[in-house]
Design a protein around this ligand. Sequence first.
Ligand code: EPZ
Length: 420
Amino acid sequence: MDKFEIEGGYPLRGTVNISGAKNAVLPLMAASILFEKPFTLLNVPDVQDVYTLAELLDVLGVKAERLEKGKWRIDPSRITSTRAPYEIVKKMRASIYVLGPLLVREGKAEVSLPGGCAFGPRPVDLHIKGLKALGAELNICHGYICGELKAPHGAEIIFDKKSVGATAHIMMAASLIPEKTRLINVAQEPEVVQLGEFLKASGAEISGLGTDVIEIVGKEHLSPPDGYSVIPDRIEAGTYAVAAYLTGGDVKIDNCIPEHFRNVIDKLKLAGAKVEEGETFIRVTPESDFIKPVNIITAPFPGFPTDMQAQFMSLMTVAKGTSVIKEGIYPDRFKHAFELNRLGADIIVEDGTAVVNGVEKLYGAPVMATDLRASAALVLGGLIAEGKTIVDRIYHLDRGYDSFEIKLQALGAHIKRVKS
Ligand code: EPZ
C-alpha cells in the first residue's frame, strides 16, 4: 500500500488548478445506461472511482474509454448484463446508481448492496423507496438488490431526508419514464443540479433543480449531449483553500466556482483568512496573525459540506481557542480525529460532536487514513506538523483526489509518495 511521506513547515505558494468533480462525474457516467448512442464527457478527473465505475459499466456492456486527460468516450449502445457484482460494488457505493437506469432500460437488474464504510452505516432505503414508487418490484436476495420494473409510471416521492444519491438516482430513472414524477425534499448540491442539466440536455423535461422540489417528465428515448464538461470539484477546491490558510501560504485556486463552496469560504474568513474572489478562482492568504476557532455544523447544501469537515478540523487543531464541530450528516465521521491526536492535536469526540482545543503546534508521526476525506485531513496535518509524518493507506485518497501530491509539490509542499 502506498504511503505519503511529508516534511512539515513549508507554506504553500502558487496556483493550483482544480479538476472535475468526482461526485458530479459518477452520476453522469451511470446515466449513460439511459442512452443508446455514444457520447463524450470533458473535464473528467483522473481519480480511482472513475476507473472503478468504468469497470462496472464494462461488465454491463457499456464501453467507457479515456481518450486523453479529462476526455472520456462512453458507448452505451449495448447492454449485455444487468448484474452489478459485489466484487466491484464493494469498492464504491456510488455503484448503486446503475440500478435505476438498468431497471428503466432493461426492465430488470441485480445490484449488490453496497457495504458500510469507515464512517458508519450508509443505508439505501431512500433509493429503494423511490424506485418502488416508480413501479419497481425489489427484493434483497443473498446481498443483492434484485428487481424488475415491468410497468414504470410517474410518482410523487417525498424523501424523509435530503439525500444526494437518492435524488440523483431517482431523477435518472424518472427521466426515461414518459410521465410526471415529482420529488420532494431533494438534495440541492451542485453535482445534483449538473446531473439534472445533463438529463435536460438529453431530452428530459426537468424543473426545480437547486430547489426543494424537482419535477421530471421523462421520455421514451433520450439522446446524450456530446462534449459535456464536468463541473469543478468544490471539495478539492475547499481542501486546497484550507491547506493554503493552514500553512500560512498564498495560493490561487484556479478553475473553481466559488458559489459552489460559499459556506467553506465564509468559515475560512471567520477563521481569519483573506479570500479574494473572481468568477472562476479564489486567492487565499492569512489576514489575522493567528487562526481563530470556528464552530461548524455539517448540513446538506448550501450548508457546510460534510466532505469538508475533516479538512476543516485539521485547521482547527492549531486555532487559538476551542472549536465545536457537529456532524449533522454522518455522526460517526470522526476517525480522523484520533489520528490527528497522534500528531499532538487535542480533540474529544462524543455523540456526533468533536470538541477541538487548539494547540500550539503538531508533531510528525505515522498515521493511517480511514476514508477519502480523512486522508486529506491527515495530509493537511502533516503539512504543518514539525518533522516527518507518514500517512498510510492513501489508496483512500486516490479515490477522489486527482494528482494530490503532485499538485501539493508544485505549491512547495515537501511530500512524496512511497510505494510499498
Ligand atoms: C454523497 O454520498 C457523496 N458521494 C458523499 O461524498 C457525501 O458525503 C454525501 O453525498 C453527503 O453530501 C457521492 O456523491 C458519490 P447522502 P451519498 O445520500 O449520496 C442518509 C466523498 O467523500 N441516507 O446524501 O451516499 C445517509 O446515511 C463522499 O466524496 C439514508 O438514510 O450521501 C446520510 O446520513 C463520502 N438513506 C444522509 O442520508 C438513503 O437511502 C445523506 O446521505 C440514503 C442516504
